[in-house]
Design a protein around this ligand. Structure first.
Ligand SMILES: Cc1ncc(COP(=O)(O)O)c(C=O)c1O
Length: 394
């Protein structure tokens, strides 16, 4: 009998072209350097350095002890959906029927579900450039076409209604944006968001607003786009504000007409979100947890200020002041036109891990880098000092 060919089954066209999430490559290199005994300051990964609040951890422990380990409904427990609806009412003055809330495995699963529900293969989806790297891959995984929507520093790196109207073509089906945004940490003013929502609605399009950093804002609190009108799909997560990245829990608010279909999609694609995480998250809305989380937001604001003060002397220009999340997007053109090479050089020479803009911007990523201020203030000051050794002038 002839020997069967020794080769792997061919990869899909999508798997062959999917881009790496470069920040994970940087993290791997930084960790390898750490294993070799170097002290690395991690400012690359978009993950808070804070631990999950104790009340949430305790609630999770109690849930495990009482055996809360079986599947829940695909769209999540009624208790958690009601807790979120109460939070929308008190925090955003938005009256959201808990039936419109779908609990998911993080914002990632929520974005996938939103695209599965509202987008067909071949559709064009507008994505602000710069924007969250994985969105392009989510769209491509759906067989749809990610289409860059350029945004300008003078517009806080957020879209304008005019730009959306101009970019909207025959094949365009949706716009997916985030406020505050990753990698820029900038917010979209509510009035501008309302104008954009009108542009999208007039074209019978889908507006998806990712509010994963919605509670990590400095200054006036961010009001949810869910309060704007009931056709906007809102994405959110327990990952960032609640410091629960590893628990994998998020949610979305969907239009009423979508409820049944989204539940069916969730049943088939994910069966259910984590039961343990859902039980634990019920403690997220207790006053003591809220007080702790608000103190952390103030701490993040102080960290931002430390960096904003130190970066200009390093030739890293911040063109739009970040007012949320925990990111600074800095123009690094003064140090050559290749942010990937610059980040690699900085990591090798002084052990500070940063993310090249190429993760976030197909058009201008080589000119920018992202700094995640997910380290305590003294470490940030040390990072500035180390960077001075490589980038400092005079
Ligand atoms: C804008 C944005 N959306 C979604 C996600 C995914 O978050 P999750 O951990 O909830 O899946 C991230 C993670 O960094 C993000 O920055």
């Amino acid at each position: 009998m002839p020997e069967p060919p020794v080769s792997s089954p061919p990869l899909s066209a999508f798997a062959r072209v999917v881009e790496p999430f470069r920040v994970m490559d940087i993290l791997a290199r930084a960790q390898a350097a750490e294993r070799a005994g170097r002290d690395i300051i991690h400012l690359e990964v978009g993950e808070p350095d804070f631990r999950t609040p104790p009340a949430i951890v305790d609630a999770g422990r109690r849930a495990l002890e009482r055996g809360a380990t079986r599947y829940t409904a695909a769209h999540g427990t009624r208790e958690l959906r009601e807790a979120l609806a109460r939070d929308y009412r008190s925090r955003h003055a938005a009256d959201i029927d808990p039936e419109r809330i779908v609990i998911t495995n993080g914002a990632s699963a929520a974005i996938l579900l939103a695209l599965a529900a509202g987008v067909d293969p071949g559709d064009e989806i507008l994505l602000p450039d710069p924007g969250y790297a994985c969105n392009r891959q989510f769209v491509a995984a759906r067989g749809a076409r990610p289409t860059n929507l350029p945004v300008a520093a003078e517009d806080a790196f957020q879209p304008t209604a005019r730009a959306v109207a101009e970019a909207w073509g025959e094949q365009t089906r949706a716009l997916l944006l985030a406020s505050p945004a990753n990698p820029t940490g900038t917010r979209l003013e509510r009035a501008r968001l309302a104008e954009i929502a009108e542009v999208v609605r007039a074209r019978n399009g889908l507006l998806i607003v990712d509010e994963i950093y919605g509670q990590l804002t400095f200054g006036a609190p961010e009001r949810s786009a869910a309060a704007l009108h009931p056709e906007v799909v809102v994405i959110n997560s327990f990952s960032k504000y609640f410091a629960m990245t590893g628990w994998r829990l998020g949610w979305m608010v969907v239009p009423e007409a979508w409820i049944e279909s989204v539940r069916r999609l969730a049943q088939n694609l994910f069966v259910a979100p984590s039961t343990l995480a859902q039980s634990a998250a019920l403690a997220a809305f207790e006053p003591e947890t809220e007080a702790l989380l608000q103190a952390r937001v103030s701490e993040l604001e102080r960290r931002r200020d430390v960096l904003l003060e130190g970066l200009p002397a390093l030739g890293l220009e911040v063109q739009a002041r970040p007012d949320g999340a925990f990111y600074i997007y800095a123009d690094c053109r003064a140090h050559g036109g290749d942010s990937e090479a610059l980040c690699a050089d900085i990591l090798d020479r002084v052990g500070v891990a940063l993310t090249p803009g190429t993760d976030f911007s197909p058009a201008h990523g080589r000119d920018y880098l992202r700094i995640a201020y997910t380290q305590p203030e003294p470490r940030l000051r040390e990072a500035l000092e180390r960077l001075h050794g490589v980038l400092g002038r005079g």
